[in-house]
Design a protein around this ligand. Sequence first.
Ligand code: FES
Ligand code: ZN
Length: 136
Amino acid sequence: MDLPIVAEIRGRDRLEVTSLKPFNMKIIGCEQLFNDLKEFKNQYGSDLSLWPLPKGRSHTQLLIKELILKLKDQWKHVYDHEEVCHCRNVSLESVEQALFLGAETSEMISKWTMSSSACGTCRPDVEKIIEFRLKV
Ligand code: FES
Ligand SMILES: [Zn+2]
């Protein structure tokens, strides 16, 4: 597995695993992220690859879930292009930012990012991304 392993919401929260044995992780982020990590660590120990996937939909739990899947080598994003909506030039990153901030339907993501507001052919992709990120 290539190091570092990173899960981040750019400009907000970032988890970076720099070494596996001994386990070492750099954390930049909000209080909620630190609290979630502390809670999981108290419950499941310090080896993140042994943690169960968080079931919550908060941005911090979604981020921890991404990191755990990456540590287990099970991370495969459903969408592998940079841009999701070609009419409005909305990037995957923007769609996911909206999702992390609480937009859980393609209508909400459309309202926040303008995605799917022209031809609409990107809507199934947006829905796929929502399903992928929010499923447990
Ligand atoms: S590709 Fe998104 S509205 Fe056309
Ligand atoms: Zn945060």
